[in-house]
Every structure is written in C-alpha cells, then in structure tokens.
Design a protein around this ligand. Structure first.
Ligand SMILES: Cc1cc2nc3c(=O)[nH]c(=O)nc-3n(C[C@H](O)[C@H](O)[C@H](O)COP(=O)(O)OP(=O)(O)OC[C@H]3O[C@@H](n4cnc5c(N)ncnc54)[C@H](O)[C@@H]3O)c2cc1C
Length: 231
C-alpha cells in the first residue's frame, strides 16, 4: 500500500540518507493502491504540540518520492479548500520537521531464527491505521517473556510457543487494519460513499447522546434547585 503522510511534529524515525531541510523521507515499497484523501489531527498535550496527519492513496508509490513533498501534498489536497487544511499547510511550511513516508504492513513467515527473535513493527507492523501497533508490540514482548520463563532451558521450544500463541492475534489485527484503513483512505468511490454514511450516522448518534446527557444534567440541576427552595 502506498499512502504518504506528513506530520508536523513528533515522530523520530531513523534519518534516511535522502532527507533534506525539514523533510524526512524514505522510498515507498509495497503494493500500489488508488485514490483517497484524509486529514486528521490531534490536539496535542502541554508538552507536545498538535499534529496533523495527511494521508492519501496512490498507484505510484515510488513516484511520490520525487520532487517536493509539500508541493505534492498541496496538489493532492488541492480539492479540499478548507480553513483547517490551509492552516495545516501553512504550518507544514514552517514545521521544524515532518515525516513523508508510505504506509505498509509487514508480514514475515517466521519471527525468529536460531537465537534471534524479531518483534514489533519490524516483525508484524499492522500499519498505523490499525491503532494496534504499540499494543501488539507490548503484547509481543510480554508473550515472549512468558514463553521464555515457561521454557528457560529450551530456547527453540520457547520461541515456537511464543510465535504460535501470538500469530492468531497479529493475523486478526492485520486483517482488521485493512478494513479500518478504508475509513482513512477508501479504496473506491462506493466505499467512500459508504464511509460518509457511517460517519454521518456516528455524528448523529454522538449528537443525540450529548443532547440527552445535557437534558439529564439540566433536569437534575432543576430538581436540586426545586428541592433547595422547598427545604
Ligand atoms: C503516525 C502514526 C500513528 C500511530 N498511531 C498509533 C496508535 O494510535 N496506536 C498504536 O497502538 N500504535 C500506533 N502507531 C504505531 C506504533 O507507533 C508502532 O507500532 C510502535 O511504535 C512499534 O513499536 P516498535 O518498538 O516495534 O518500533 P518503534 O517504536 O519504531 O521503535 C524502533 C526503534 O528502533 C530505532 N532504530 C531503528 N533502526 C535502528 C538502528 N539501526 N540502530 C538503532 N536503533 C534503531 C528507531 O529509531 C526506534 O526508536 C502509530 C504509528 C504512526 C507512524
């Protein structure tokens, strides 16, 4: 899959040789996909500024890594003339650093060889749309520790048990990631339309829940005031 992202601040991957200025990049590998576009942000925290994630689909992964990354993103997102997008691009030009990269899943036939085991993104990266990368890395480490404790004298057996226990969990989340990424970068117009419906329904449900919670809270306040007046 080839999706590029720019993040205004926050990621610290190893510096590839080609990077220049405030841009970090690495050549994309993996199967090509087609159109899509998305902008998401988080509000940051007192010690971290907010970040913006821009992602899109493309059939030409390697082609994304020629020329200016910011110009490419501006072209891809030119159809989204929105105040938030304009602000994100203005900030991107000024960002001390950003990452422009492709998104992939890692699938390895085995996670260990001899006395060497590989875990986390290097072994089974589900991809960032899964929201399970950190969790699966931690679980992989914990499971490895458990298997080693159970078979302290037989490394091969411990690694085999570790992998057989963990594989179903990783497989499940890699599959789920391919579905979840449709929310960020839909693979076709019909999927994009379906996503719009799902998002609209989710927003409506959320607004209803909030309205109900507000009504309940004001009814409670009214009751308390009335009880206070009676007392
Ligand atoms: C934008 C984005 C959003 C994400 N959102 C989520 C989320 O919401 N929830 C979630 O669970 N996961 C999320 N993830 C995924 C999560 O960050 C990763 O899955 C997780 O960090 C993987 O942990 P890891 O230890 O395997 O690898 P990493 O965290 O990548 O750690 C590998 C470390 O090795 C270092 N390294 C690499 N090569 C060398 C070398 N040759 N020598 C020395 N050091 C080296 C790297 O610098 C790095 O510090 C997100 C990822 C991205 C990019």
């Amino acid at each position: 899959m080839a999706i590029s992202r720019a993040r205004l601040e926050g990621l610290s991957p190893p510096q590839p040789a080609e990077a220049s200025g405030n841009e970090r990049r690495s050549p994309g590998l993996g199967e090509p996909v087609e159109y899509g576009g998305e902008l998401t942000s988080n509000r940051g925290s007192p010690d971290r500024p907010p970040t913006v994630l821009l992602s899109y689909r493309t059939e030409d992964t390697r082609g994304q890594f020629t020329g200016s990354a910011i110009q490419r993103l501006r072209t891809v997102f030119s159809g989204m003339d929105d105040a938030a997008v304009r602000h994100a691009f203005a900030a991107l030009e000024e960002a001390p650093e950003f990452l422009f990269d492709s998104v992939h899943q890692v699938k390895m036939p085995r996670w260990s060889s001899g006395g060497v085991a590989m875990l986390g993104d290097a072994a089974w990266c589900p991809n960032l749309y899964s929201g399970m990368g950190a969790t699966s890395t931690l679980r992989g480490g914990a499971e490895l520790g458990r298997a080693l404790l159970e078979s302290p004298d037989d490394l091969d057996a411990a690694l085999a048990v570790w992998e057989s226990r963990l594989r179903p969990f990783i497989r499940k989340h890699q599959r789920a990631a391919r579905l979840k990424q449709q929310m960020f970068v839909p693979s076709s117009r019909p999927v994009e339309a379906l996503r719009s419906v799902v998002l609209r329904l989710a927003c409506t449900a959320r607004e209803r829940r909030l309205a109900k919670a507000r009504a309940t809270a004001s009814a409670r306040t009214r009751d308390r005031c009335a009880a206070g007046r009676r007392a």
